[in-house]
Design a binder for this molecule. Structure first.
Ligand code: B12
Ligand code: SF4
Length: 502
């Protein structure tokens, strides 16, 4: 995986790590992305992380509404928990906003408990949605004046205006400090959708002042930026926090192609960006939208100006005819990220992936024939996975590498050990089977370097964590040796390609 360097170097003065705010005025809100690890204990081993677009959307909207807001990305700067707390308390914002994800929950909770008493706290993000009552009960979140379920741009701005408005905001919860009960805002039915599913074309474009590492210069010298073209996903893959059953609040929707193109052109004229990454749950997920977007991209000759990467779905691309794939290639599609997950149809069925291993090989071949690169995500150790299934996944990856060797497009495998996320479809199944929810959330670091994959693991350090529970037939130690071996091979293949193209 390329490890791009930030286009804007972080400043050394820690208070300067707060981006996007006007330092001449007091801060209405500071949005904080917790680090993935406490970097005081162990320094960060890579220097790039995807930008926190969700929080930047919230910050952009709040600024447009008239508030002075900033963003502190503790992961991007590799900060420790105490340093993060010190920076926040020194900045003394009126509100702090924390994005809770399952694996960073404990670090976020430590940050929350260190906040000065005068600071009001608002929390959101996937984990807040999956376990709102548990979060509000956690004494470390006693500052929390509001927990927001789902897309929060409009509701955060309303809270910054007046905290008492929480009673009229749908999907907002809080703990009554005296009674210990949980309160929830109630909106009239017609207004609810306006708050929870804002019109994506009416939202302001993300202001990149809030993103310290985006746009950035990639290894090949191109300036790249991450963008979001849609929200929500209609599929229900068992392991996924974005699955439709885990997100009943989301109205699945796409931006108008003209609005997407306007953002690409804006990023090009303001920062010189020529490469874009759509980090949506699923960008190339519905054929009707792909066709509509490609008609607009062709009309604007996007392929002669830019390249772009996107998430896609194997079953949808499998149905697409050759001319649509030709159009995608002609319009600059550089890489598609596909959830391949497994080489075993039995496990793909258990995951409700709606794909087969044969379908994957066919789609990957058709894409790579056209020079479109494929990034495949794989999971080892899914609940119910037997040794034969795992062997099929390893063989599948080798088959895809073999395809790459004879086609113009590249293939890279991104392999993970399975870990459960609250709210994902398989979570409920595991709880019903008797797994302890607390144990399933006890995410800890895994050091794969002992399997001899030091350099290969460096850029992927933050992805190596585990709950130390064996969910399939294969013991974790064996899963990790496969993980290290596959990562090392992928690393060597990347190095060989780089050398060949240098
Ligand atoms: C880009 C991305 C990343 C980026 C940035 C993550 C981030 N902090 O936002 C990086 C690479 C850093 C990342 C890392 C991880 N990610 Co990630 N990531 C995504 C991805 C693909 C897109 C996120 C995005 O920008 N969406 C678009 C914006 C508009 O939506 P949003 O982020 O959800 O934000 C909206 C709401 O959630 C809410 N909100 C967000 N933040 C806040 C904050 C406050 C205060 C409030 C009130 C509301 C609020 O309002 C936002 C605007 O409407 C999502 C999948 C997805 N599409 O959501 C997975 C996803 C969020 N990631 C996930 C996971 C698990 C991880 C990692 C643990 C991965 C890993 N290491 O294995 C880490 C966690 C690191 C961390 N501290 O951020 C899971 C979360 C599952 C869960 N239940 O926790 C998701 C859903 C993927 C999945 N399908 O399972 N990720
Ligand atoms: S893995 Fe991809 S397709 Fe499946 S539910 Fe998640 S975002 Fe949707």
């Amino acid at each position: 995986m390329p490890v791009p360097s930030p286009a804007r170097e972080p400043n050394t003065n820690v208070s300067d790590l707060i981006v996007g705010a006007d330092p001449r005025h007091s801060l209405d809100a500071l949005f904080v992305n917790a680090p993935l690890r406490d970097y005081t204990l162990r320094p960060r081993t890579n220097d790039y992380t995807l930008p926190v677009l969700g929080m930047a959307y919230i910050a952009t909207y709040a600024r447009q509404t008239g508030f002075n807001v900033g963003l502190l990305d503790a992961e991007a700067y590799g900060l420790g928990v105490n340093t993060t707390v010190e920076i926040i308390n020194r900045a003394a914002p009126r509100w702090v906003g924390l994005n809770l994800l399952a694996p960073t929950y404990q670090l976020s909770a430590r940050i929350a408990s260190g906040l000065a008493p005068s600071i009001r706290l608002v929390v959101g993000g996937h984990h807040a949605k999956a376990m709102p009552r548990e979060v509000l009960k956690d004494p470390r979140f006693h500052h929390a004046r509001a927990l927001i379920i789902g897309e929060a741009e409009l509701r955060v701005a309303a809270l910054l205006e007046d905290e008492r408005r929480r009673t009229e905001l749908p999907g907002v919860m809080w703990r009554d400090r005296l009674l210990g009960t949980v309160g929830a805002g109630i909106a009239d039915r017609q207004a609810a959708g306006r708050w929870t599913a804002p019109d994506l074309d009416a939202l302001p474009m993300v202001n990149r002042e809030f993103l310290p590492q985006d746009p950035y210069t990639a290894e090949d010298g191109r300036i790249e930026a991450n963008v979001v073209g849609s929200r929500g996903c209609p599929y229900d893959c068992g392991f996924c926090g974005a699955a439709v059953s885990a997100n009943p609040d989301i109205t699945i929707r796409t931006r108008k192609p003209s609005s997407i193109l306007a953002e690409l052109d804006h990023l090009h004229s303001s920062y010189g960006v020529t490469a874009f990454r759509f980090v949506d749950d699923l960008f190339l997920g519905v054929e009707r939208f792909i066709r509509e977007a490609m008609t607009a991209f062709s009309a604007e000759a996007v392929g002669s100006r830019y390249v772009w990467d996107a998430t896609g779905r194997i079953n949808v691309l499998h149905r697409a005819d050759d001319s649509l794939l030709d159009t995608l290639a002609a319009n600059g599609l550089r890489e598609v990220a596909l959830g391949i997950e497994s080489g075993s149809d039995r496990i793909l069925g258990a995951m409700d992936k709606r794909i087969t291993a044969a379908m994957t090989l066919s789609v990957a071949r058709r894409l790579m024939e056209r020079g479109i690169n494929v990034k495949g995500y794989f999971i080892l150790g899914y609940p119910g996975e037997q040794r034969a299934d795992l062997r099929a996944t390893v063989a599948h990856i080798h088959d895809l590498w073999a395809l790459e060797d004879r086609l113009p497009g590249r293939f890279r495998a991104s392999v993970f050990e399975f870990r459960p996320y609250p709210g994902s479809p398989v979570w409920g199944q595991l709880v019903r089977e008797g797994h302890d929810p607390a144990a399933m959330m006890d995410y800890g670091d895994v050091d794969l370097t002992e399997h001899g994959a030091d350099e290969a693991m460096r850029g992927r350090d933050e992805f190596n964590f585990s709950v130390e529970i064996q969910f399939g037939e294969t013991p974790l130690a064996e899963i990790r040796s496969h993980l290290a071996e596959l990562s090392r091979r992928q690393y060597d293949r990347n190095a060989a390609t780089r050398e060949a193209t240098a």
